[in-house]
Design a protein around this ligand. Structure first.
Ligand SMILES: Nc1ncnc2c1ncn2[C@@H]1O[C@H](COP(=O)(O)OP(=O)(O)O)[C@@H](O)[C@H]1O
Ligand SMILES: [Mg+2]
Length: 233
């Protein structure tokens, strides 16, 4: 199996200002984190709230800058403000925890899912429109033509999270980083969203769709248990 992502000694410290004095505390959110991810593999990072899971996700996409450490995509180091970073941001998509936070309530579903295609100048207007509908069907938002015209508030929580997933997979990424993708959803619909993510992951191993998934929620696979190791956050 070939390696797609490698994290080396990634460290992030935050200065926390004390509200009532001029003091500040240093919080080490990620401390020399190392791991690698192969094509088609699912890697789960588990840890209690505040242990640095979201920080690692943000560091990988360079939404925040690490204090030290390196990130490699297919053995090529991703540096900030580089051409490689631009390319990497298309190949690696994030599914956020909160569907309310990550989609614009004033946009239609069509525009929300189309946005990443536009940002990365993919296809003509017609091709983009077709790709959006195709992706809505893939996440089982049907009839896609009807859903595309709606606004987020007209959908249920589970449907909104499907929109978030559609937005992440529309650019055909190789890596999906899912930061607790179902923790804000009703317990009753968590299973179906996880099932959908698993289906997308498995299907795309065959074609060239999403090839790797970093999920914050996992089911241990008995065959992989021997491979489990602790990552210190
Ligand atoms: N922007 C920030 N400024 C200051 N401290 C932060 C910031 N983001 C996260 N932290 C701190 O870093 C630690 C890790 O947070 P986070 O990565 O969100 O954990 P998790 O996702 O595992 O719950 C926490 O102590 C949190 O308070
Ligand atoms: Mg978090």
């Amino acid at each position: 199996m070939s390696e797609i992502l490698r994290i080396e000694d990634l460290t992030k410290k935050f200065q926390k200002k004390n509200l009532f004095s001029s003091d500040s505390n240093e919080v080490i959110a990620a401390n020399k984190v190392n791991f690698s991810l192969n094509h088609g593999e699912i890697l789960a990072i588990a840890g209690q709230s505040g242990s640095g899971k979201s920080t690692i996700a943000k560091l990988i996409l360079r939404a925040i800058e690490p204090n030290s450490g390196k990130i490699f995509y297919k053995n090529e180091e991703i540096k900030s403000n580089s051409e490689e970073l631009k390319k990497f941001r298309m190949r690696c998509q994030m599914v956020y925890q909160d569907p309310y936070d990550s989609i614009n309530p004033r946009m239609t579903i069509q525009d929300i899912v189309n946005e990443p295609l536009e940002i990365h100048s993919i296809g003509t207007k017609e091709e983009r429109q077709e790709r959006v509908l195709e992706t809505l069907r893939m996440v089982k938002l049907e009839p896609a033509e009807e859903i595309a015209k709606k606004h987020p508030h007209m959908l249920s929580g589970g449907q909104r999270q499907r929109v978030v997933i559609a937005r992440a997979i529309v650019v055909k990424p190789e890596i999906i980083i899912a930061d607790e993708p179902v923790s804000m959803l009703d317990v009753s619909i968590r299973a179906e969203i996880l099932e959908l993510m698993k289906e997308i992951q498995t299907k795309n191993k065959i074609s060239t769709y999403t090839k790797a998934l970093i999920a914050a929620i996992s089911e241990p696979d008995p065959e992989n248990l021997h491979k489990m190791k602790e990552i210190s956050l």
